[in-house]
Ligand binder design. Structure first.
Ligand SMILES: [Zn+2]
Length: 122
C-alpha cells in the first residue's frame, strides 16, 4: 500500500519539480541572452573607442612628423641666413629694409611685420 502512495507522490511531485526546473532554466537562459546582448554592445563601444584612439595616435604621429619637418626647414633657413650674412650684417642704415633683415631665415626678421618697415612719423 505505502508503495503505491510513494509511487503516486513521485508521479505528482516529480513533474512539478521538472516544471519548476524548466522555468528556472528558461529564466536563466533569458538572463544569459540579455547579458550577451549587453556584452556585444559594450564590445562594439570598446572597438569604436579603440579605433578613434588609433586614429588620434596616427594623427598625432603625422603632426609630429610635420612639426619636425617644419623645424628642420626653419633651422636650415636660419643656417643659410647665418652663412650668407654672418649672423647679421644689417645694412638698413643705407637702404632699408636690407636683404639680411628680410631674409626668411633671420630669426629677428621673422618676427617683423610690414608695419615695422613703415617710416616712424614721430
Ligand atoms: Zn637690416
Amino acid at each position: 500500500m505505502s508503495d503505491i502512495v510513494e509511487r503516486l507522490k513521485a508521479n505528482i511531485v516529480a513533474p512539478t519539480l521538472l516544471s519548476d526546473a524548466a522555468d528556472t532554466i528558461e529564466s536563466l537562459r533569458q538572463q544569459l541572452s540579455q547579458r550577451e546582448e549587453e556584452l556585444k554592445k559594450e564590445e562594439l563601444l570598446c572597438n569604436d573607442i579603440f579605433k578613434s584612439r588609433e586614429a588620434l595616435r596616427e594623427e598625432l604621429d603625422r603632426l609630429r612628423r610635420e612639426l619636425s619637418a617644419v623645424k628642420q626647414k626653419l633651422e636650415a633657413t636660419e643656417r643659410e641666413w647665418d652663412e650668407m650674412y654672418d649672423g647679421g650684417n644689417c645694412s638698413c642704415h643705407i637702404n632699408p629694409p636690407c636683404d639680411s633683415c628680410t631674409h626668411e631665415g633671420n630669426p629677428i626678421g621673422l618676427e617683423e611685420t610690414d608695419e615695422a618697415w613703415e617710416p616712424d612719423n614721430e
